[in-house]
Design a protein around this ligand. Structure first.
Ligand code: AMP
Ligand code: ZN
Length: 117
C-alpha cells in the first residue's frame, strides 16, 4: 500500500522517532506548529477515526497508553491531542494519527482550529 506513514513505520522513509512499541510508533512532525509536535500512529493501517472498530480499537487504546510516556519524554505535562478525520478537517495523510502539541500556551476557538470559511 502506498501510504507515507506505513513507510515511516517500516523505515522506508526516515523520521525522528520519539517512541515505539509493538502497537505504536511516534515521531516528530516534519512541519511543527508548536515547540513539541509529535505524531502518534498505529502500526496497522487504519485510514482515520471513521475506520476504528472493535477489531482494531486495541491500537487506539495502546496509543493513549503511549501518549503520557511520550509527553514525559518530551518534558511536557500539558498538551493537546488532535486527530483530523477527512478532508474538511484537514487530514492530509490517510493513516490514523494523533498530533500531540505542547510547549506553548494555546488558545481555543475558530482561529486556533484554522477555520478558513
Ligand atoms: P494531517 O494534516 O492531520 O493529516 O497531518 C499530517 C501531518 O503529517 C502534517 O502535520 C505534516 O506536517 C506531517 N508530515 C507529512 N510528512 C511527514 C514526514 N515525512 N515526516 C513527519 N511528518 C510528516
Ligand atoms: Zn498506512
Amino acid at each position: 500500500m502506498d501510504c507515507l506513514f506505513c513507510k515511516i513505520i517500516n523505515g522506508e522513509i526516515p523520521s525522528t522517532k520519539v517512541y515505539e512499541d509493538e502497537f505504536v510508533f511516534a515521531f516528530k512532525d516534519i512541519a511543527p506548529i508548536a515547540p513539541v509536535h509529535d505524531l502518534v500512529i498505529p502500526k496497522k493501517h487504519i485510514c482515520c477515526a471513521n475506520e476504528v472498530d472493535s477489531d482494531n480499537s486495541e491500537y487506539v487504546a495502546k496509543i493513549f497508553e503511549a501518549v503520557p510516556k511520550i509527553a514525559k519524554a518530551e518534558g511536557i505535562e500539558s498538551y493537546r491531542i488532535i486527530s483530523n478525520c477527512g478532508d474538511d478537517a484537514g487530514q492530509t495523510v490517510k493513516h490514523l494519527h494523533f498530533h500531540v502539541l505542547g510547549g506553548v500556551k494555546m488558545g481555543w476557538g475558530a482561529e486556533s482550529l484554522g477555520k478558513t470559511e
